[in-house]
Write a protein that binds this ligand. Structure first.
Ligand SMILES: [Zn+2]
Length: 426
């Protein structure tokens, strides 16, 4: 489950730490063609990329950034003076790619993979309570073509590696393809709970057959090492697929020889692939991902968020946490309870401004998982929540707890200084 945690934390950290900037400062704009722009946002240790395609038919968007960047994105599109987008295509359901969907209202035709709507109505996504405009109007299972602005835009399902509902968006005449998060800027990728480390190599090799050799590749994310205006090439795909194959084999052989993850990390088992560690997943992290895939059985358990969400809607946060506790204690193998679930729900409610409920879920998390790996982050969010509720003593108490659990976490040390009046808030 380590992989799920890492992906989740990336999302949460991105949501909290991105500074608010004016629209013109918000995006690094890369002109792929006069009518096709790539907009990149700085998420801390990586960037997120969308595409804006303009022409006589209007505007077509590929992804709409995260919540913190959504308004600036809408402002950017609005300033083009071409009206509401005609199409919004989402490469997959993660929060950094869909945050602006609903801001554009009901007019755009939303297009996404067939699994996408159910994904937004399950797990902790339930607590986002996305409005209807965030959902696609058209979904597909395998492939689809759209004729727009004199271009043929080819969409092909490429799910299974980073996430299970990813699609590729190929602008055929432009020779540009947005390949979602499958290559991750040619850095080690992150893997969602619904993704699979073992599917990267086959999916990358599939991209090699789906796309022509002269294509330029836009990635859902790039690492800082590759630069925020990074555009990849077809020639990078074979080596990336080979790296996937080799790293899996190295870790597999190490484990078979009786080595532990820590020993493989200490020995620098995959250091020859250090060049791929340009993003938020380093060589040590990738060893963990691969070991996880090789040793932890893939299991399907019931979505604990469904009954917890129902309890929240019916009787409030206290009842929802009690429901979670009951299911965890009485049916632990039946439901997908995990130490990050209540933290994730608390984070989502915090970002929706539902501070009291957020704190209730976060306190439940602290109580049920006292030794959680990301306990420092739960404490930090509690501090943020109590601060928003104007309970300064509790805010300070939880912030101090966060710092004591992880002195290296700049979010909490900075916030503690702010709470102590050591720095002025801009
Ligand atoms: Zn993603």
């Amino acid at each position: 489950m380590t992989t799920t945690i890492r992906c989740l934390m990336t999302c949460i950290l991105a949501l909290i730490l991105v500074p608010a900037l004016a629209a013109e400062d918000h995006f690094q704009v890369t002109t792929l063609a006069p009518d096709l722009l790539m907009l990149s946002t700085d998420q801390g240790s990586y960037c997120t990329n969308s595409l804006v395609f303009t022409g006589e038919d209007g505007v077509l968007l590929v992804d709409t950034h995260g919540t913190a960047d959504a308004e600036a994105f809408e402002e950017f599109v609005d300033k083009l003076g071409l009206g509401a987008p005609r199409y919004i295509i989402n490469t997959h359901r993660h929060v950094e790619h869909i945050g602006g969907n609903a801001l554009f209202g009901p007019d755009p035709i939303g297009v996404a993979h067939r699994l996408f709507p159910d994904k937004l109505r399950s797990g902790t996504f339930l607590f986002n309570e996305y409005p209807p405009d965030a959902f696609p109007d058209i979904t597909f299972a395998d492939s689809l073509e759209i004729e727009f602005n004199g271009e043929t835009i080819r969409l092909v399902a490429i799910g299974g590696s980073h996430d299970d509902n990813e699609i590729m968006v190929h602008f055929k005449r432009h020779g540009i393809a947005h390949v979602s998060s499958v290559v991750n800027g040619f850095n080690f990728p992150s893997v969602d709970g619904d993704g699979d480390v073992m599917q990267f190599e086959p999916q990358v090799r599939r991209l090699m057959t789906l796309l022509p050799p002269d294509v330029r590749l836009v990635s859902g994310h790039n690492g800082q090492a590759t630069g925020f205006d990074f555009v990849g090439t077809w020639e990078q795909l074979p080596a990336y697929a080979d790296m996937m194959m080799s790293t899996v084999e190295i870790v597999r052989e190490g484990l078979t020889a009786g080595k532990t993850v820590e020993e493989l990390q200490a020995a620098g088992a995959i250091d020859e692939f250090q060049q791929y560690a340009g993003s938020y997943v380093g060589t040590d992290d990738w060893i963990v991902y691969v070991e996880d895939a090789l040793t932890v059985p893939r299991e399907t358990r019931k979505d604990i968020c469904k009954p917890v969400f129902a309890a929240w809607k019916l009787d409030g946060a206290g009842a929802a946490v009690a429901c979670y506790r009951r299911l965890k204690e009485t049916e632990p193998l039946e439901y997908d309870e995990h130490e990050t679930v209540l933290l994730s729900i608390g984070g989502k409610l915090y970002h929706r401004g539902l501070y009291s409920d957020a704190c209730e879920f976060l306190l439940g998390c602290v109580d049920l998982y006292p030794d959680a790996e990301y306990g420092y982050y739960t404490q930090y969010l509690l501090a943020r929540g109590y601060d928003a509720l104007e309970w300064p003593e509790l805010a300070r108490e939880h912030c101090e707890k966060s710092v004591s659990l992880n002195p290296d976490f700049a979010g909490a040390t900075g916030f503690l200084a702010e709470l102590s009046g050591d720095v002025s808030e801009d």
